[in-house]
Design a protein around this ligand. Structure first.
Ligand code: NI
Length: 167
Protein backbone atom coordinates (compact mmCIF):
# COMPACT_ATOMS: atom_id res chain seq x y z
CA UNK A 1 0.00 0.00 0.00
CA UNK A 2 1.13 3.48 -0.70
CA UNK A 3 -0.09 6.95 0.03
CA UNK A 4 -0.50 8.69 -3.30
CA UNK A 5 0.26 12.31 -4.07
CA UNK A 6 -2.89 14.39 -4.39
CA UNK A 7 -2.92 16.79 -7.31
CA UNK A 8 -4.04 20.32 -6.60
CA UNK A 9 -5.61 23.09 -8.65
CA UNK A 10 -4.79 24.07 -11.40
CA UNK A 11 -3.45 20.65 -12.42
CA UNK A 12 -4.97 19.93 -15.88
CA UNK A 13 -5.92 16.33 -14.93
CA UNK A 14 -8.48 17.81 -12.51
CA UNK A 15 -10.20 19.62 -15.38
CA UNK A 16 -10.43 16.59 -17.68
CA UNK A 17 -13.43 14.33 -18.18
CA UNK A 18 -12.33 10.90 -16.92
CA UNK A 19 -12.54 7.68 -18.95
CA UNK A 20 -14.68 4.68 -17.93
CA UNK A 21 -12.88 1.88 -16.08
CA UNK A 22 -12.84 -1.38 -18.04
CA UNK A 23 -11.55 -4.62 -16.62
CA UNK A 24 -10.33 -4.60 -13.01
CA UNK A 25 -6.68 -5.36 -13.70
CA UNK A 26 -4.14 -5.87 -10.88
CA UNK A 27 -3.08 -2.27 -11.49
CA UNK A 28 -6.64 -0.99 -10.98
CA UNK A 29 -7.01 -3.17 -7.86
CA UNK A 30 -3.80 -1.65 -6.49
CA UNK A 31 -4.99 1.86 -7.34
CA UNK A 32 -8.22 1.20 -5.42
CA UNK A 33 -6.31 -0.01 -2.32
CA UNK A 34 -3.97 2.98 -2.49
CA UNK A 35 -6.82 5.43 -2.98
CA UNK A 36 -8.67 4.19 0.12
CA UNK A 37 -5.49 4.53 2.17
CA UNK A 38 -4.72 7.96 0.69
CA UNK A 39 -8.27 9.14 1.44
CA UNK A 40 -7.97 8.14 5.10
CA UNK A 41 -4.44 9.43 5.58
CA UNK A 42 -5.41 12.77 4.07
CA UNK A 43 -8.33 13.05 6.51
CA UNK A 44 -10.77 12.89 3.61
CA UNK A 45 -14.25 11.42 3.28
CA UNK A 46 -13.98 10.90 -0.46
CA UNK A 47 -11.43 10.72 -3.25
CA UNK A 48 -11.69 10.55 -7.04
CA UNK A 49 -9.05 8.89 -9.25
CA UNK A 50 -8.26 12.12 -11.20
CA UNK A 51 -7.12 13.64 -7.89
CA UNK A 52 -4.28 11.12 -7.79
CA UNK A 53 -3.44 11.54 -11.47
CA UNK A 54 -5.56 8.78 -13.03
CA UNK A 55 -8.21 10.06 -15.40
CA UNK A 56 -10.56 7.17 -14.65
CA UNK A 57 -14.16 6.98 -13.48
CA UNK A 58 -13.42 5.60 -10.03
CA UNK A 59 -14.20 7.04 -6.60
CA UNK A 60 -13.72 6.00 -2.98
CA UNK A 61 -15.97 7.28 -0.21
CA UNK A 62 -16.35 6.81 3.54
CA UNK A 63 -18.66 9.29 5.21
CA UNK A 64 -17.59 8.05 8.66
CA UNK A 65 -14.12 9.51 8.07
CA UNK A 66 -10.56 8.42 8.87
CA UNK A 67 -11.16 7.76 12.58
CA UNK A 68 -14.03 5.30 12.26
CA UNK A 69 -13.37 3.90 8.78
CA UNK A 70 -16.68 2.09 9.15
CA UNK A 71 -18.14 2.34 5.63
CA UNK A 72 -15.49 2.36 2.92
CA UNK A 73 -17.08 2.29 -0.49
CA UNK A 74 -15.57 1.93 -3.94
CA UNK A 75 -17.59 2.82 -7.01
CA UNK A 76 -16.43 2.30 -10.57
CA UNK A 77 -18.23 4.10 -13.38
CA UNK A 78 -20.81 5.75 -11.07
CA UNK A 79 -23.98 7.09 -12.69
CA UNK A 80 -26.71 9.07 -10.94
CA UNK A 81 -30.41 8.52 -11.28
CA UNK A 82 -33.31 9.86 -9.23
CA UNK A 83 -31.73 13.00 -7.82
CA UNK A 84 -34.30 14.89 -5.80
CA UNK A 85 -34.50 17.75 -3.35
CA UNK A 86 -32.10 20.64 -2.95
CA UNK A 87 -29.59 21.10 -0.19
CA UNK A 88 -26.90 23.71 0.30
CA UNK A 89 -23.65 22.39 1.65
CA UNK A 90 -20.36 24.02 2.55
CA UNK A 91 -17.59 21.96 1.06
CA UNK A 92 -13.84 21.72 0.90
CA UNK A 93 -11.64 19.58 -1.32
CA UNK A 94 -8.25 17.94 -0.86
CA UNK A 95 -7.27 19.34 -4.28
CA UNK A 96 -8.15 22.92 -3.27
CA UNK A 97 -6.24 23.81 -0.10
CA UNK A 98 -7.93 26.55 1.99
CA UNK A 99 -10.88 26.81 -0.44
CA UNK A 100 -14.41 26.66 0.95
CA UNK A 101 -17.52 26.97 -1.14
CA UNK A 102 -21.25 26.66 -0.64
CA UNK A 103 -22.74 24.38 -3.27
CA UNK A 104 -26.30 23.50 -4.17
CA UNK A 105 -26.65 19.72 -4.18
CA UNK A 106 -29.46 17.22 -4.51
CA UNK A 107 -30.71 15.97 -1.18
CA UNK A 108 -31.40 12.39 -2.25
CA UNK A 109 -29.50 10.49 -4.91
CA UNK A 110 -29.30 6.99 -6.31
CA UNK A 111 -25.96 5.90 -7.74
CA UNK A 112 -25.36 2.83 -9.85
CA UNK A 113 -21.98 1.43 -10.76
CA UNK A 114 -19.74 -1.50 -9.89
CA UNK A 115 -17.72 -2.25 -6.79
CA UNK A 116 -14.07 -3.32 -6.51
CA UNK A 117 -15.07 -6.91 -7.32
CA UNK A 118 -16.81 -5.87 -10.52
CA UNK A 119 -20.28 -6.52 -9.06
CA UNK A 120 -23.15 -4.20 -9.97
CA UNK A 121 -24.17 -2.00 -7.05
CA UNK A 122 -26.87 0.55 -6.37
CA UNK A 123 -26.61 3.02 -3.52
CA UNK A 124 -29.47 5.16 -2.28
CA UNK A 125 -28.01 8.03 -0.32
CA UNK A 126 -29.05 11.12 1.55
CA UNK A 127 -27.39 13.63 3.86
CA UNK A 128 -23.60 13.74 3.96
CA UNK A 129 -23.14 10.61 1.84
CA UNK A 130 -25.30 12.06 -0.98
CA UNK A 131 -23.22 15.24 -0.94
CA UNK A 132 -19.89 13.41 -0.98
CA UNK A 133 -21.02 11.26 -3.90
CA UNK A 134 -21.99 14.34 -5.92
CA UNK A 135 -18.71 16.06 -5.05
CA UNK A 136 -16.64 13.04 -6.14
CA UNK A 137 -18.57 12.40 -9.36
CA UNK A 138 -18.05 16.10 -10.24
CA UNK A 139 -14.32 15.32 -10.22
CA UNK A 140 -14.90 12.61 -12.85
CA UNK A 141 -16.47 15.24 -15.09
CA UNK A 142 -13.51 17.58 -14.65
CA UNK A 143 -15.43 19.77 -12.26
CA UNK A 144 -14.23 21.02 -8.88
CA UNK A 145 -15.60 23.43 -6.28
CA UNK A 146 -14.02 26.39 -8.08
CA UNK A 147 -16.43 25.72 -10.94
CA UNK A 148 -19.32 26.09 -8.49
CA UNK A 149 -17.96 29.38 -7.12
CA UNK A 150 -18.59 32.91 -8.35
CA UNK A 151 -16.22 34.32 -10.95
CA UNK A 152 -14.79 36.70 -8.35
CA UNK A 153 -14.14 33.94 -5.83
CA UNK A 154 -12.55 31.80 -8.54
CA UNK A 155 -10.28 34.61 -9.73
CA UNK A 156 -9.19 35.37 -6.18
CA UNK A 157 -8.35 31.74 -5.52
CA UNK A 158 -6.45 31.43 -8.80
CA UNK A 159 -4.23 34.39 -7.93
CA UNK A 160 -3.69 33.05 -4.41
CA UNK A 161 -2.52 29.73 -5.87
CA UNK A 162 -0.27 31.51 -8.38
CA UNK A 163 1.38 33.30 -5.49
CA UNK A 164 1.94 30.01 -3.60
CA UNK A 165 3.54 28.48 -6.67
CA UNK A 166 5.96 31.42 -6.94
CA UNK A 167 6.96 31.40 -3.26
NI1 NI B 1 -12.79 17.16 -4.08
Amino acid sequence: MAKLRILTYPDPVLAKKAEPVGEITPEIAQLITDMVQTMYESEGVGLAAPQVGHSLRLITVDETGPKERARPMVILNPVFSDCTGVKESEESCLSLPTFLCTVKRSEFVTVRGTNEKGEAIEIKAEGLLAIILQHEVDHLDGKTLVDHASRLKRTMYASKVKKWLKD
